[in-house]
Write a protein that binds this ligand. Structure first.
Ligand code: ZN
Length: 253
């Protein structure tokens, strides 16, 4: 199995980071993909890559909640890194208007700029979208073509959004612990999505699946999400795990 979205470089894991990776391996999670947040998170993320080569793979990008007055400067840092070496994807990028709407225009600009880089480099994008689907679709539709592919990470919106995303044909849905929550209707929403478009992720340290809801999340919990999804699709657990593995490999490697 692959955890396609994990922030295990964050301070929440300072005390037991190595054990967290080893627990993931023991649970059958062979790869942990790490989306970047901002300037601050780059070094801890790259340190983890050097320690666990072939397991922890970094992406590069500027997270929408880190977009503020100096976002152009922050984007220069991201761009320099993209010139310096290869990354498996541009992420995480997108628009988040849940906490703060004051940088809406700047977030849309930063998102568009980073979508262009992904196209130039032929690598996928990892999209973070919270309370901002109209804005994300607006920017995406200015850039989308057969070359632009990626995933809507932590997807938990409705059927209208699913239909619009599936129309692009090059975008998948990243599903995490939300699908295991009793009060979520995500199971019904994704039931008609072909399982070839589903990726598994934890979004650790956030959004732990049941039975760990409310606690710190970690990549070794991927099987809880994977098994739950196998049930949604009426597939065997092993077969579903293998399928989502292929989905992630096709997009990122
Ligand atoms: Zn994230």
């Amino acid at each position: 199995m692959i955890d396609t979205h994990s922030h295990i470089y964050l301070p929440e894991f300072d005390d037991d980071r190595s054990q967290v990776v080893h627990r993931a391996l023991e649970a059958g999670v062979q790869k942990i993909l790490m989306p970047n947040i901002d300037e601050e998170s780059i070094q801890p993320m790259l340190d983890l890559e050097s320690e666990f080569q072939d397991i922890c793979s970094p992406m590069m990008g500027l997270h929408p909640t880190s977009v503020n007055d100096d976002y152009k400067k922050q984007l220069q840092v991201v761009e320099k890194w993209l010139e310096r070496r290869s990354f498996i994807g541009i992420g995480e990028i997108g628009i988040d208007l849940y906490w703060d709407k004051s940088y809406r225009t700047q977030q849309m600009d930063a998102f568009g700029i980073q979508l262009n880089w992904a196209k130039e480099l032929h690598i996928p994008v990892v999209i973070h979208c919270r309370d901002a689907f109209p804005e994300v679709f607006e920017v995406l539709e200015r850039h989308v073509d057969n070359d632009l592919r990626g995933v809507f990470h932590s997807f938990s919106a409705g059927c209208d959004e699913v239909d619009r995303i599936m129309d692009y044909k090059t975008f998948s849905l990243g599903i995490n612990g939300i699908v295991t929550f009793k009060n979520s209707n995500l199971r019904e929403v994704i039931r008609n999505v072909a399982p070839e478009f589903i990726l598994t992720e934890t979004d650790a340290p956030y959004l732990s699946p049941v039975p760990y809801r409310g606690k710190r999340n970690e990549p070794s919990y991927i099987p809880y999400i994977c098994d739950h999804l196998a049930e949604v699709y009426g597939m065997g657990k092993d077969k579903f795990a293998q399928l989502t593995n292929e989905n992630a490999n096709r997009l990122f490697f």
